[in-house]
Design a protein around this ligand. Structure first.
Ligand SMILES: Cc1cc2nc3c(=O)[nH]c(=O)nc-3n(C[C@H](O)[C@H](O)[C@H](O)COP(=O)(O)OP(=O)(O)OC[C@H]3O[C@@H](n4cnc5c(N)ncnc54)[C@H](O)[C@@H]3O)c2cc1C
Length: 505
């Protein structure tokens, strides 16, 4: 067999050009390291852009802030307090200009399929591009593949999904785009529906959405299969900014569906999820046109070219960030990122449920909210966990330590983004785009410090990474400002909302 071959050399090779990988490559190159970025797709951004996620949640600091500012300056975002929404197509180009601008060499259309290790070090990664074998040799490797592909191939310990749910991952969501939605008309119909329920004396936690009501009608009329109706209960829409000439009446909406019982590294199951969601997309369009005011002329125009996997494989690293850390808003000396959002677990097996809490054995020492486990079998079909339900406190935030991006066993690898070292529940919260970018930024910095100090990532003092981020990169990890300061000032009585998160009255 004849295989043509190309060999590349770099100080740092980043595998995966998602939000985390781009951020890692940018900071590595800015720190003066010769950096190469390998990406399977033909554009950057991964789930955030090619998966159409289009939301930039998390604490916007460092590279995440820079990206948001650039998008905002071009009018390509809709700034909301917790999750700016952006135009995913233009975001690919903005990220690319940031990566190229930092001096990174990009290789697109290339899939890493194996690694060669020697004495616990990765010597090279092997990739494939249209019949050509690509070999990339580097001193440090950063796995930004979202699936910990490099870590797993190198033999670093990894975990999958949630043990409580037979190892299934969170429900996954393929996104599509719908055009020609008269959103004002739809919003008015939704408001009317809520007003009617209030007038009928229906209590807040028993009220339904208009979408849900229309799904029930479609089901009763035989226009929607039963299991699809159950799946669509968890569907949702998001307005895409920057695209529409008539922003009142003719809008583009991002539509989000769900597949359950997901095994996110199994080719047959991944295909099953996609086939199922393709049918959902087809049926959705028929349903919108017939049942939803303002959606009469709606058309699906595009389907994301990455399946919306919320989690798959993740490393078990030097520190496993836990649901308890998140709920208790724990702080770390070697912090590389801050997180002030909530648990967001799309139930692995039960359509329509989102879990905003984690179960812990005992209440943590921080400022989280705990109550004895009360969940029913919808939440935990295989048995109610003992202990406490823990929710995050909207008044505070937690920190992510450096050690979560350092895998065990392999000595020249960092793992960033949604496959870093966290337990299932914690990852359900912390996998936000801004946090992924922060983990990437820290890895680029850490690679520089390892090279300078002649130490392996495991031996690098994480406090040095923290200090470099603060003093050299200007990431204000030690300053309480903006939204974090506002959170601290919140007052009122806390309660568990019908949506299972903590709110203040
Ligand atoms: C449905 C859904 C909704 C979400 N909503 C939000 C939200 O509203 N706000 C928010 O902030 N976050 C949200 N998230 C989370 C967030 O989008 C992701 O966690 C984040 O984008 C992951 O970034 P990443 O860089 O770690 O991984 P990815 O974006 O998955 O990037 C991995 C990259 O690696 C490449 N790659 C993989 N394997 C290889 C290989 N072998 N060789 C070469 N390249 C490879 C992929 O092509 C990809 O580009 C959502 C996620 C999902 C799935």
């Amino acid at each position: 067999m004849h295989v043509s071959e190309k060999i590349f050399y770099a100080d740092v090779a980043v595998i995966g050009g998602g939000s985390a990988g781009c951020s890692a490559a940018i900071s590595s190159a800015r720190a003066g390291l010769d950096t190469i970025l390998l990406e399977q797709q033909t554009t950057l951004g991964g789930m955030a852009t090619n998966g159409y996620v289009s939301g930039l949640a998390g604490v916007l600091e460092g590279n995440a802030k820079e990206f948001n500012d650039k998008m905002n300056a071009k009018g390509l975002t809709k700034q909301t307090p917790l999750c700016p929404i952006f135009d995913a197509e233009k975001a690919k180009l903005v990220l690319e200009s940031m990566v190229i601008g930092a001096g990174v060499r990009i290789l697109y259309d290339i899939t890493v399929y194996d690694v060669v290790t020697e004495n616990n070090m990765i010597k090279e990664v092997l990739a494939y591009c249209r019949g050509t074998r690509i070999i990339v040799r580097a001193e440090y490797f950063i796995d930004g593949s979202g699936d910990a592909n490099v870590a797993a191939m190198a033999g670093a310990p990894v975990a999958h999904g949630n043990g409580e749910f037979s190892g299934y991952s969170s429900a996954s969501s393929l996104h599509s785009r719908v055009v020609h939605v008269n959103f004002s008309k739809w919003q008015a119909a939704c408001d009317e529906w809520i007003a009617k329920q209030i007038a009928d004396g229906i209590p807040e936690n028993s009220r339904t959405s208009l979408m849900y009501e229309q799904i029930k009608k479609a089901l009763a009329n035989g226009d929607m299969p039963k299991n699809l109706a159950a799946y669509m209960r968890g569907g949702g829409g998001r307005l895409v900014p920057g695209l529409d000439p008539d922003i009142e009446h003719d809008r583009t909406v991002l539509w989000i569906l769900h597949a359950y019982n997901c095994r996110n590294t199994d080719v047959e199951d991944l295909t099953r999820q996609l086939l199922e969601q393709h049918v959902q997309i087809t049926k959705s369009e028929e349903f919108f046109n017939k049942y939803c005011a303002g959606w009469e002329h709606a058309k699906i125009v595009s389907i994301a070219n990455m399946n919306g996997l919320r989690d798959s494989r993740r490393i078990i690293g030097e520190y496993v960030f836990s649901g308890e850390d998140l709920a208790a808003q724990r702080k770390f000396e070697d912090s590389i990122a801050r997180f002030d959002d909530m648990f967001d677990l799309h139930h692995p097996v039960t359509p329509g449920l989102v879990m905003r809490h984690s179960h812990v054995r005992k209440p943590g020492e921080g400022t989280g909210f705990y109550r004895e486990a009360q969940c029913d079998c919808d939440m935990h079909p295989f048995g109610r966990p003992e202990g406490y339900e823990a929710r995050t406190n909207p008044k505070a935030w937690c920190e992510v330590p450096y050690r979560t991006i350092v895998p065990k066993i392999i000595d020249n690898l960092f793992v960033v983004g949604r496959c870093f070292s966290a337990d299932f529940n914690a990852l359900g919260g912390i996998r936000l785009v801004a946090t992924c970018m922060s983990t990437g930024q820290a890895a680029g910095v850490a690679a520089r410090l390892c090279k300078k100090n002649h130490v392996i990532p495991r031996k690098l003092n994480g406090k040095e990474v923290h200090d470099y981020l603060v003093h050299e990169e200007g990431v204000p990890l030690e300053t309480v400002y903006g939204r974090l300061a506002e959170r601290e000032r919140m007052s009122g009585e806390a309660f568990v909302s019908p949506a299972d998160s903590i709110k203040y009255k």
